[in-house]
Write a protein that binds this ligand. Sequence first.
Ligand code: 3S6
Ligand code: CA
Ligand code: CA
Length: 306
Amino acid sequence: NKRPNLLLIRYNKDLIIVTVNELRNRAQFNARNCKEVKDKYGQTENGLYYLNTATGGVYQTFCDMTTAGGGWTLVASVHEDNIYGKCMVGDRWTSQQGNNANWPQGEGNWANRKTFGTVEAATDDDFKNPGYYDIEAEDMSVWHVPNNTPVNHWNLAAIMRYHTDRHFLHLYGGNLYQLFHSYPVEYNVGAHLSDNGPSIPIVYDLGDKESTKNVYDPYSGGEIEGGFISFRAINHERAATAICSGVKPKGGNVEHYCIGGCGFFPEANPLQCGDFTGFAWNGYGTHIGFSASKQMLESAVLLFYR
Ligand code: 3S6
Ligand code: CA
Ligand code: CA
C-alpha cells in the first residue's frame, strides 16, 4: 500500500508526471561520488545513481547511504566465474591470456582506466567503473556478496562487510588507481613480506576477526591476521596479488587468501593464476588444507570509496 509520490514537472514544452524514483534515477546531480549525492542533494536511500567524471563522463553505480554515515560509492567488483579456469576469460583482475612470465602485469586493470561490467551485474561478473580512477577518496568499504544476488539484497545477503576509517587513501593518492601505480601488481617486483604494500586496520560492519579467518582456508590460518585490508601482497615465488580482504599476510602463501594479481604465478603453473588465485588448492569449497570456504569462493568482492 505504498503509493508512489508523483511529481508534475515541466520537460521542454510539456508538463509530465513522473515518480520521485524515476526523477532520481534520471537526475544527474552534478556529483562526482555518492558522498556528494548525499551531502549536496540530500539523497539517503541505498540504490543506483548517476555520477559524473571530471571530464564530463556519466556512469551509473550503487551508493551505500547508510554504513557509518553513508556516502560510499561502488567502484569495482572482483568476481570468480570459474576457479578451474586458470587465467582465462573472465579473469580480468589477473590475466585472461594465460599464466605467462612474459606478461608480468597481466591485464593491468588495477592501474589503468579500462572499465567493464555493469552495476546490476556486479555480483555476476567483474565490474569496474570510472569512479575507480576518477574519485579522490579517503577510505574504503568492502562487501563480500554471494554471486547472482540482486542489487536490493546485497546489503542483507553479504557474508562480510567492513570499512576503513583512518583516511588512509590520502597517503596513496586518493584511490586504488594511484595506489597501484605506487605498488605495481606485477610479477617479480619484490619479495614476500618485505616488499608488500600497506595493511590498513578495518572496522567490521558484519563479521569480526575470527569469522574472517574462518571463511579462508585452515592452513593459511597460521599466517594471516584478521582485522585488516592489505594491498599488493607478494608470495614466496614473487607473484604479486592485489587485495587481501579482511586480513594481513604474515607469510608467503598469499595466493590462498588474496585476490586479483599479476600475469604470472610460478608455483604449480598455472594453478594459482586467476581472480581468486589459489582459493581451491585442495578442492572446490572444501575448506580443508589450502581451500577457502564455498561461501568465500562463491561471493563477489565489492569495493567502495568514500
Ligand atoms: C601445510 C602444508 C604446506 O604444504 C606446502 O604448501 C607444500 O610444500 C607446498 O607445495 C604448498 C604450497 O606452497 C601452497 O601454497
Ligand atoms: Ca573475474
Ligand atoms: Ca604457496
